[in-house]
Design a binder for this molecule. Structure first.
Ligand code: NI
Length: 173
């Protein structure tokens, strides 16, 4: 497994739309495992291939708490087949928007169809934090960041803060 560099906004690659995966083969499985390692290392609960500069519809998620066993979920071509009318608001953050947080409203429950790491079609019904996390990661595959759900004013404030923070730091490789 290998750790991959995580892109930080406003990197234009974060705005790209990812392509569907044909088959979950050894190469995609490796990508999923590398993304999980990268996510755990960064203490994230979800990561999309877009965030590591790979334009493929692949996401990984693990919302297990510190004292729980890891529960990694690997998804290729995730697709929402049901979303509840009820919405919920969570304070979201993102590894591509370091140290920025904001309340985002999303459907409370979603049912997602996807290909797992063995290329099997599966469905997952998620609510609570898992539902939020899956929707957040799926957004990345369409070039959407959580700040895109905010008003222009709030979004610009966060992006400006990030740009400022970036200037004060040596380039990370
Ligand atoms: Ni994110």
């Amino acid at each position: 497994m290998a750790r991959l560099p995580i892109l930080v906004a406003p990197d234009p690659r974060l705005k790209a739309r990812a392509d569907a995966v044909d088959t979950v083969d050894a190469e995609i499985r490796q990508l999923m495992d590398d993304m999980l390692e990268t996510m755990y290392d960064a203490r994230g609960i979800g990561l999309a291939a877009t965030q590591v500069g790979v334009r493929k519809r692949v996401i990984v998620v693990d919302i297990a708490g510190k004292d729980e066993d890891p529960n990694p979920i690997r998804m290729a071509n995730p697709e929402i087949v049901y979303a509840s009318e009820d919405e919920t608001t969570y304070e979201e953050g993102c590894l591509s928007l370091p140290e920025q947080y904001a309340d985002v409203k999303r459907p409370e429950t979603v049912r997602v169809r996807y290909l797992d790491h063995e290329n099997e079609i599966r469905e997952l019904t998620a609510d609570g934090m898992l539902a939020i996390c899956v929707q957040h990661e799926m957004d990345h595959l369409d070039g959407v960041l959580f700040v895109d759900h905010l008003s222009g004013l709030k979004r610009n404030m966060i992006l400006r803060k990030l740009q400022k923070a970036r200037k004060g730091q040596p380039a990370t490789v």
